[in-house]
Design a protein around this ligand. Structure first.
Ligand code: SF4
Ligand code: SF4
Length: 455
């Protein structure tokens, strides 16, 4: 490999533009950090880590989510394009770091084999990212299955546009540089896409002033887009890059919808179950930030499939909307468009009663849950729907005394008649009328003919 291979960094960029870039980077990082801090406050609610962290952190789940896409690959199509996006972005990020280290530190590492390999992988990585965006867009907005409805589609489309612009402008900048600096030998192998763009650019026959001006303007746009991307990591759906690994880390080591036991022995308890937003755990609050609205929970929910009024995705997104509204802080807003019904009347900063008078969840919505746990099993964000649904139901049944109509009816009948169907003692054997069913009275035995038949 060519030990001298490298490229000029900050080609054509005057000192003041470089200073502007670092100033913008500091500002973007500060806004990003503010967004992170707001979300930290949103999740922890001023409690100490000791109070809210589980006894055992799930590092296995954490690393599986970060490096191997977690449960995302269970849907092969999604697995492919998400991998394209993830690994493509990782490659571009690494390449950017190499460039930065080479340009502004004494460590001149972006040369020789490192340059050749990183430059090639970055070029290919960009193509993977573009393919990933195209496939994601196709699935969400062209195929558009009902379970994939997004609460903020315009924000998502803006995010797609931002990614496309990052990659495409990067290629154009590379192409102009390669063409204007004389198409360095072997560059067609080190930077294949940039080389093709350079060939195309050469056909335009632009004057030096035009291509130099174009390069500087595009470089500025690229730089500002990069800064906007950094900021958006904390304020848009991109936040899942942070929230998902964290949620994976806090997910308990257990499978299925295992519910937390209730403490009936606590004589000081005024209520049971989940009645107010202040009673949500840190994990449950983080769950609302981690939801990417992929709809996989909805896709597998047997109640939803049977046309019951339950959509596990909405259980989470409605809770998120209420919490956002309660916080009154737009910086925690990830994907919500309009607050859940009732949330608009909530008082900012105050604890919100999840039942009366807001009625965020409908009774039959929660009552439709079979607690099968399929939603949790499939959720790539490790969100735990069932505990929230059951805690809401516990509050409804045990604190408000509001049972599902069928359950209330069955309970009353058991109390009155000793069976859930309300059949009186006198009528309890009516079902066998006209059938040759032996009746065993006290002190008698089963006729031998019947014993023979059943043996
Ligand atoms: S646990 Fe409830 S919400 Fe989740 S999939 Fe089963 S029925 Fe649906
Ligand atoms: S709760 Fe999980 S499975 Fe359901 S939409 Fe959100 S991220 Fe997807």
């Amino acid at each position: 490999m060519d030990a001298q291979a490298t490229r000029e960094i900050m080609w054509l960029i005057p000192f003041w533009m470089k200073v502007a870039m670092y100033a913008c980077f500091v500002i973007a990082s500060a806004i990003f950090a503010k967004g992170l801090f707001e979300k930290f406050k949103f999740v922890t609610q001023g409690k100490s880590f000791k109070e809210i962290l589980p006894k055992k952190l799930n590092f296995e789940n954490f690393f599986r989510t970060i490096f191997f896409q977690g449960k995302v690959t269970r849907d092969p199509f999604v697995g492919i394009y998400h991998s394209f996006l993830f690994y493509g972005f990782v490659t571009l990020f690494i390449a950017t770091e190499f460039v930065g280290i080479h340009a502004d530190t004494p460590f001149k590492i972006y040369k020789g084999p490192v340059y050749i390999i990183v430059s090639f992988l970055a070029d290919v990585g960009g193509i993977f990212v573009l393919a990933g965006v195209a496939l994601a867009y196709y699935r969400r907005y062209i195929k558009n299955p009902a379970y994939l409805t997004a609460t903020k589609p315009n924000q998502e489309k803006f995010m797609y546009g931002m990614i496309i612009a990052l990659v495409v402008i990067g290629y154009v900048l590379e192409g102009i540089r390669l063409w204007a600096t004389g198409m360095t030998p072997m560059e067609q192998f080190y930077s294949p896409v940039g080389f093709v763009v350079a060939q195309l650019f050469g056909t335009f026959g632009l004057s030096e002033a035009t291509w130099a001006g174009t390069y500087k303007v595009l470089w500025m746009v690229h730089m500002l887009n990069t800064m906007a991307f950094i900021v958006s990591l904390a304020y848009s759906k991109f936040f899942h890059i942070v929230a998902l690994p964290l949620n994976a880390l806090l997910t308990p080591y257990r499978r299925g919808a295992v519910l937390n036991p209730m403490d009936f022995a606590n004589e000081n308890a005024e209520t049971f179950g989940l009645g107010k937003t202040s009673e949500l755990t840190m994990k449950e609050r983080l769950d609302t930030l981690a939801c990417v609205e992929c709809g996989r929970c909805t896709q597998v929910c047997p109640a939803n499939l049977a046309d019951k009024p339950l959509d596990p995705k909405l259980i989470i997104t409605k809770m998120r909307d209420v919490l956002f509204h309660q916080s009154g802080n737009t910086t925690v807003g990830v994907t919500h468009a309009t607050p859940a019904e009732g949330a608009a009347t909530a008082v900012l900063g105050e604890d919100i009663n999840l039942w009366d008078p807001l009625a965020i969840y409908a009774s039959n919505e929660l009552d439709s849950c079979t607690t099968c746990g399929a939603c949790m099993e499939e959720c790539p964000a490790n969100i735990e729907h069932v505990q929230v649904i059951m805690d809401l139901k516990r509050y409804k049944a045990l604190t408000l005394g509001d049972l599902p109509p069928a359950a209330a009816d069955a309970t009353n009948k058991i109390k009155k008649n000793g069976n859930p169907w309300g059949i009186t003692q006198d009528d309890r054997f009516k079902w066998a009328e006209g059938m040759d069913v032996p009746v065993i009275e006290a002190g008698t035995s089963i006729p031998s003919a019947h014993l023979k038949r059943s043996s």
